[in-house]
Design a protein around this ligand. Sequence first.
Ligand SMILES: *Cc1c(COP(=O)(O)O)cnc(C)c1O
Length: 381
Amino acid sequence: MRFDTRLVHTGGGPDPLTGAVNIPLYLSSTFEQASPNENKGYVYSRTANPTRTSLESAIADLETGQRGLAFSSGLGALATLLEDIPSGQRIVAGDDLYGGTWRLFDHHRRQFGLSVTYVDPTSVDAFAAALEAGPTAVVYLETPTNPLMKLTDIRAVSALARRHGARVVVDNTFASPVFQRPLELGADLVLHSTTKYLGGHSDLIGGALVAADPAWGERLAWLQNALGAVPSPVDCFLVLRGIRTLGVRMRAHDRNGQAVAHRLEKARGVVAVHYPGLGSHPQIELARRQMSGGGGMVSFELKDGERAARRFLKALRIFTLAESLGGVESLAEHPASMTHASVPAAERAARGISDGLVRLSCGIEDSRDLVADVTRGLQAV
Ligand SMILES: *Cc1c(COP(=O)(O)O)cnc(C)c1O
């Protein structure tokens, strides 16, 4: 089956019991046992729930992994993964990360002696040097990065990491499996905030992990049950429903991302546009190699700093000023004071997140309306 067909049919349906075309919502915390410890595979819904099983098998299928696990949030998935890294070990990570990821790494560093080495995500040499410098448990990548849309060469870094006995984890939230499949490029684990494109409608919080190695998947499943950061069956149902339209939605997000990025590129007062679908993106060759679309996330820098950013955001009528991304509706935000406020100012400056940076999540509206809205914002700057 081709990818768009799998999006519609994956997850084990129709329901074997009734023929319902959607796997039903199993709102049950516990399951009857025929005799002590004799059951139909379900005992207690923290451990496993049939609606969640359907979602987990769907995500594993789409990311071409051996084991999928669903969580109550993207950070719940990350926290569970971090429990698998013994204290004192080291993570090598790109230095442009989701703010909450940075915050959790920093907490584990202080609390449990995790060591974290940050490197330039665009430089394979920088990853090589960090791996040479000492034993590494995990290489942690976000590509494209949030909010600067930098790329890491997943294939090259995965090959390097393998030689050093380190596992590679890729946060694939921005690209989604429609545009990028890290496990096919040699990564060991994919992380998602299903809150974003997989859910796709800004109506839930969720996360997922997909492991290429069934043994690692089994250990993470043990931790998923032991820690309990699991999603409700309702949220699992909604993410599955989102997945059905992921293909058509991602193409609409991509069309709008392209249109908005091109408009911004021509604007006076804009000093940089960050979008991996633009010919001017410094890593466009890599983008074409490992991604099949630029997606809906665009960030850009206004010459006149925070004042200009605030004016731009205030003038918008279609883009809603809000954190988050990946929903059908377009959102705009100011990373320095919103999504990345948890990264200290000095760190932000060092990483290039300026006060004039604006991040857009282009939804699936008509491109012409979005371009007109961005033009309205630019005129107010
Ligand atoms: C939102 C996000 C997360 C965190 O996910 P939650 O569902 O909000 O916990 C992690 N990584 C990226 C890239 C994100 O955008």
